[in-house]
Design a binder for this molecule. Structure first.
Ligand SMILES: [Zn+2]
Length: 439
């Protein structure tokens, strides 16, 4: 394998990432001000076209562009593998950054900029690899479908979800998919790194609470105040800690942590043990239970007028299999006299950490890092996997990166000074090469 290591891919992956970061694809949630996705999709199309790979750009709304390409495999009777990545990024304020967030600057061994880990890094790794393959005549064992999509950061309605609804034929034969968020390492010690492969993600339940009451003059004695009623419900939700629920991937993950660190984890209070994992424990800890966090409040218009209604927004997330239980938990927290309606509701996603595809991920990681121990984990947030899973695919977060032990990876997502080590990108290219050659 080493004699065929994708050398050109490794040497161009950082430059590809820099170029892609320089195309500002900020997703504001509003098409009128989300300009860059079309330019990014055209740039990807150009990079594929240079090496003879055809692609098609699909637009859901003007400028909201997603690109799909198919690399024919050796055995076309087998189901295809989908490799998807989003092209959009969340906003970044240059005033807060050490480098301009859309400079794509390479400095101190890192590529800096918005999207460096979420998730133009994976986009660039995949692009570098398939370009190398096309130049050297490498063919994957089965069809690989590439999708570089718009709008993930606003829920995918104009990207992955739209493609799945409007062009399901493009993915009809895809049995599995890889994308964010997973495949990155946590260093236990010099010769042992956990690689977290995402096999599950929580469901989404954003809701609006509305309380009613009797409007009136703010100077009167008043016992039917919408603001008071709403705030009581909001405070109960915000102060609550819903019970720990260990889903299958979380049990496997905790077992691996116990083994790696030689500790025993109390299943009723796993947080303490998870703290060892550093900042990533915030992401992982959120997958121990359903959560509900109040995020917005709206009521009233004048200091001396008691309004007739008051409303709040709550960001709720539920584990796979916990949807009904979560509704019961909410109903008891919200209480009487407050209405609840969903603003956004999307299902949880979960698959098992087994089968030939998982074996190949594990083998590819171990071949490039002798200290690798791959483990499944549950993402607290949502990704485009929610959309693609609807077509019956098993979805994995597998964007391999071997990271420096001291890098605070979790805080780079949507964070200030988002950056990725060039060496990690090159590692990712090698792992993806081994993996995709053998799928
Ligand atoms: Zn992302």
């Amino acid at each position: 394998m080493d004699s065929t290591a994708p050398s050109r891919a490794q040497s161009e992956v950082a430059e590809l990432l820099s170029e892609l970061i320089r195309i500002d694809t900020t997703n504001t949630g509003d098409t009128a001000t989300s300009a860059g996705e079309r330019a990014a999709a055209e740039w990807v199309a150009g990079k594929l076209d240079e090496v003879g790979i055809d692609s098609v750009i699909h637009e859901s709304e003007r400028g909201r562009a997603s690109l799909v390409a198919r690399i024919p495999g050796a055995d076309r009777s087998r189901p295809a593998l989908l490799v998807h990545g989003h092209l959009d990024v969340v906003p970044a304020d240059p005033a807060e950054w050490s480098v301009h967030p859309f400079s794509g600057e390479e400095r101190d061994g890192y590529v800096w900029g918005r999207g460096a880990v979420d998730m133009k890094d994976m986009d660039a790794m995949v692009l570098a690899l398939v370009r190398d393959w096309a130049r050297t005549g490498v063919q994957p064992p089965r069809d690989v479908v590439l999708a570089f999509v718009a709008d993930e950061e606003a829920g995918g309605k104009l990207g992955a979800r739209w493609l799945v609804d409007e062009h399901p034929d493009l993915f009809a034969d895809c049995s599995e998919a890889i994308s964010e968020v997973g495949g990155f390492s946590i260093t236990v010690r010099d010769d042992l790194r956990l690689y977290l492969v995402q096999t599950a993600e929580k469901g989404l339940a954003w809701m609006r609470l509305t309380a009613g009451g009797r409007p009136g003059h703010g100077s009167f004695v008043h016992d039917d105040n919408a603001v008071t009623r709403l705030c009581q419900a909001v405070a109960r939700i915000g102060a609550s800690r819903l019970p720990t629920v260990l889903t299958p991937p979380m049990r496997q993950f905790l077992a691996a942590v116990e083994d790696a660190y030689g500790i025993e984890i109390d299943p009723d209070a796993p947080e303490e043990a998870l703290a060892r994992l550093g900042s990533i424990s915030r992401m992982i800890g959120a997958a121990l239970r359903n959560t509900a966090n109040p995020t917005m409040l709206q009521a009233g218009y004048k200091a001396n007028v008691i309004p007739g209604t008051a409303s709040a927004t709550v960001d709720g997330r539920f584990l796979h299999g916990q949807e009904e239980e979560f509704e019961r938990q909410l109903a008891s927290l919200v209480g009487e006299g407050v209405q609840r309606e969903w603003i956004v509701h999307d299902q949880a996603v979960e698959t098992t950490f087994d089968g030939p595809l998982v074996d190949l991920m594990v083998e590819a990681l171990k071949a490039e890092d002798a200290g690798a121990r791959p483990v499944p984990f549950t993402m607290s947030g949502g990704t485009d996997a929610k959309s693609f899973q609807r077509l019956g695919m098993r979805c994995f977060g597998f964007s391999p990166l071997r990271l420096p032990a001291d890098l605070d990876f979790a805080s780079l997502f949507h964070g200030i000074d988002e950056r990725v080590p060039v060496e990690s990108l090159q590692f990712g290219v090698r792992v993806l090469d081994r993996f995709l050659r053998s799928v």
